[in-house]
Design a protein around this ligand. Structure first.
Ligand code: 5GP
Ligand code: ZN
Length: 115
């Protein structure tokens, strides 16, 4: 399958991984929108949040555990944001479920909103 994030997950495309286990990978965003901008993805190809259901939702809980752990590691003690863009109206550009973890400075209110 021609999916950038599947290729990042299996190592075919290089990335700066900051966390990996059996079910998820976290890596630095190529085009960071904040001092810390990490993408956390399931290794399983789920196209978007619209395809989360009772058979695959456990990985989403796990992603939020990993996000909290990474936020602590990155010293985002003053706060952080977790963003998911789902579908065209939200500006989703990579069609493999991913959560943005952003922080390290005041973030404003515009990330992910329509221009
Ligand atoms: P979306 O707009 O779909 O929510 O976010 C996709 C994100 O993936 C963007 O922030 C973009 O910078 C990031 N991205 C796209 N291609 C690559 C890549 O090949 N490597 C990395 N590390 N990030 C990517
Ligand atoms: Zn994929």
């Amino acid at each position: 399958m021609d999916c950038i994030f599947c290729k990042i997950a299996n190592g075919e495309i290089p990335s700066t991984k900051v966390y990996e286990d059996e079910t998820v990978v976290a890596f630095n965003d190529l085009n960071p929108q904040a001092p810390v901008h990490i993408l956390i993805i399931p290794k399983q190809h789920i196209p978007s949040a619209a395809q989360i259901n009772e058979t695959n939702s456990a990985v989403v809980a796990h992603i939020f555990e990993v996000a909290a752990r990474l936020a602590k590691e990155m010293k985002l003690d003053n706060g952080f944001r977790i963003v998911n863009n789902c579908g065209d109206d939200a500006g989703q550009t990579v069609h493999h479920l991913h959560f943005h973890l952003l922080g390290g400075s005041p973030l404003g209110l515009t990330f992910g909103s329509a221009e």
